[in-house]
Write a protein that binds this ligand. Structure first.
Ligand code: ADP
Ligand code: CO
Length: 333
């Protein structure tokens, strides 16, 4: 399944926590690559005594409302015999990239889980809408390329849907580099952080009302017209504003570290030196940075990163390099 990186972030929070309806539109890019994905196996049989889930080889609590929502919705809307309806399900999922570290594992995980359960329960409806009930951002991650989640206006959420803007083939020169600063689980989960933001941050409301709507339209157009400079500027500004909202949340959620800041400083210094916005950085709810750049600039940027963050340096980072969407080359220092 896809892992996605947001350019414009959903992290405006939710207008409805149970249905997972956002307070603004959002856009993300999905990386459709085997080297960076969630893999989920689901199994059901009459002898299972309870629903259970294993994530990355460790059993996790099944008593998770969002997980239950996904399972329940798919069971209800699938085509099951009354016999099978009673059977319990076992779920095994593995992410081959850091989980809960700001690289959108929840999006990849719930998109994958929803697709797997849809097959098991012979559900042929809208998987994206089901995935949304697990993790909001997962509704985008069931599609490839650049995807927009329209917030919708309906209280039931029927018009809160994701649509592909363009497939990845529309912008074949686009590349990403993922800088893994820290692969530990974040202290405050995205769901908890967002809920806290909606309750306490005035900046969040201002952002959703006055900043994001305009930016979303500009970003949509920048993608359609392959205007990299505009794309990059919007990506950077939106990432920074989202982290400003995280700090405005009370108590604050600080996801960025000194190394994340050192990387963004370096990118600004580079763009300034070459008099053009050649590289964009963006951080989701975690310290790990995703760079967007064009293929022609990859060798030079990798050289710059190697120079300033050399192997063995105390600000060591791992690179994951890749196309969007076809190839990711993990290269551990
Ligand atoms: P991230 O930045 O990685 O998306 P979140 O805080 O949004 O972090 O979500 C992390 C949570 O998502 C995990 O604690 C787990 O509950 C869920 N999750 C992550 N990967 C999977 C997966 N492959 N299958 C099911 N659930 C997953
Ligand atoms: Co997430």
């Amino acid at each position: 399944m896809h892992i996605h990186f947001r350019n414009l972030n959903t992290r405006g929070g939710k207008r409805d926590e149970a249905l997972i309806l956002p307070i603004n539109d959002s856009i993300s890019a999905s990386l459709d690559v085997a080297q960076l994905c969630a893999k989920t196996t689901v199994m059901t049989c009459p002898t299972f005594e309870s629903d259970r889930i294993w994530l990355n080889g460790r059993e996790e609590s099944i008593d998770n409302e969002r997980l239950q929502n996904c399972i329940r919705n798919l069971k209800r809307q699938g085509t099951l015999s009354t016999e099978m309806e009673k059977w319990k399900v076992h779920i095994c999922s593995i992410n081959n990239f850091p989980t809960a570290a700001g690289l959108a594992s929840s999006a990849a995980g719930y998109a994958c889980l929803s697709a797997a359960l849809a097959k098991l329960y012979k559900f042929d409806g809208d998987i994206s809408a089901i995935a949304r009930t697990g993790s909001g951002s997962a509704c985008r991650s069931v599609f490839g390329g650049f995807v927009r989640w329209y917030m919708g206006v309906d209280t039931e959420g029927t018009d809160s849907i994701a649509k592909q803007i363009v497939p990845a083939s529309h912008w074949p020169e686009m590349r990403i580099i993922i800088l893994v600063v820290n692969d530990l689980k974040k202290k405050v989960s995205s769901a908890v952080g967002m809920q806290r933001g909606v309750q306490t941050s005035e900046l969040l409301r201002y952002r959703a009302e006055h900043c994001v709507p305009k930016r979303i339209e500009e970003m949509h157009q920048a993608i359609i017209h392959k205007n990299f400079e505009k794309f990059a500027e919007l990506t950077i500004k939106d990432s920074n504003q989202m982290h400003a909202v995280c700090l405005d949340t009370y108590p604050p959620c600080s996801y960025l570290t000194d190394v994340s800041h050192a990387i963004s400083d370096l990118i600004h210094a580079y763009n300034n030196a070459v008099h053009s916005t050649k590289v964009a950085y963006t951080n989701d709810a975690g310290p790990n940075t995703v760079l967007y750049l064009l293929e022609k600039d990859v060798p030079e940027i990798v050289g710059v990163l190697d120079h300033f963050f050399p192997p063995g340096h105390d600000q060591n980072i791992d690179y994951i390099r890749g196309d969007l969407p076809s190839k990711i080359i993990p290269s551990k220092h």
